[in-house]
Design a protein around this ligand. Sequence first.
Ligand SMILES: [Zn+2]
Length: 426
Amino acid sequence: MPKIFRASIMHTPQSPFAGGLLASYEDGALVIKNDEIIDLDDYAKIATKYPNAKTHSFKNSFILPGLIDTHVHYPQIPVIGAMGLRLLDWLEQRTLPAEAKLADRKIAKKQAKIFLKQLARNGTTTALVFGAHFATAMEEFFIQADKSKLRITAGLVLGDRLLHPDLYTSPQKAYSESKALIEKWHNKNRLRYAVTPRFSVSCSDEILAVCGKLLAEYPDLYFTTHINEQIEEIKLVKEQFGAPDYLETYEKHNLINERSILAHNVHPSDSELSRIARANAAVAHCPSSNMFIGSGLFNMLKHLEHRVKFGLGSDVGGGTGFSIFKEGLNSYQVQMLQKNQLDLGSSHLLYLASLAGAEALGLDTTVGSFEIGKKADFIVLKPQAKSTLAINLKYSSSAEDSLASIFTLARADAIKDVFVSGESVL
Ligand SMILES: [Zn+2]
């Protein structure tokens, strides 16, 4: 029996960067059968078409696609708000000591549960999660991620130099521990595995070679890491590897392909952008983090010109929280601050927060918009009474206006329910 979800509905079936328009239904109805979307239209038409379907009506509410976070760190909730430090000092003084605590399996389990709940409460239904450096912590994480029913891709983080010493692995250990986690968790229910070297600064060629070996053995694995975040970091990588640029340190080990997602890319060369595009790899754009730790302003125009795919990432804890709405707002502000600013509207932000993330993660035939046949991943958003959002929305004169208000003002307290494959996960 189909189920009808009635509210004001918006989604982006096609990229607004390629001329796609916002699809909106002021009194809309999304029809779900089992775990899939089978119809979407004005409520009046749907009510006649499916007279026996059970209807869930949400008054003064919006239904939007589940939000997609392409870069967020499981161990880093305690680090949010660590002010006054740039990347390399921030890692050394605040982040790596916090990550070392996940050696304790009980702490890892507790943090995994809290972390996954925060994703859901912020409306995130799909995430590429940067894991922990300990196999036991990742085992706990995957157990909890499976229970959460969210769509999660993650992996054991690897590094063997310039880290807190407790976090070091060896090539042999990196290979055997990763392999065991892959065998157990990759493609289990909604989980997938991403080979995850921390970043070239912390990885010898031997560790990166292990990553290449794993990708060759399991061709449908994902790959994620950091790239071109801060100028000092890029200089260090070039010195360490004697490499012409940052990307080359990963390319050398065959790590860049259509299932590779590279976080940040704030300071890429044109050559790197061309090569990322040619490999059909993607970038995770994390604007709040880029501002908080002073990395710089993401050049969206160049990424578009080079046809590099990108989605949004919260980058907790360099970022300032889990809200992908806030990342959308920050991405807008970052473009406004640049001379070559793009004329972004709220439909671009919705696309970046949903379908673009799905495209970056190769999941766009499954989620990211409300096309018929996709999985029913969606959020119900209802502004709190007397909130600035509720008041502001009263002045809205179009769907685009309402969406702009949502990106500017809606946060976790406006998320009323969250559905993955038609089932509530809150
Ligand atoms: Zn990160």
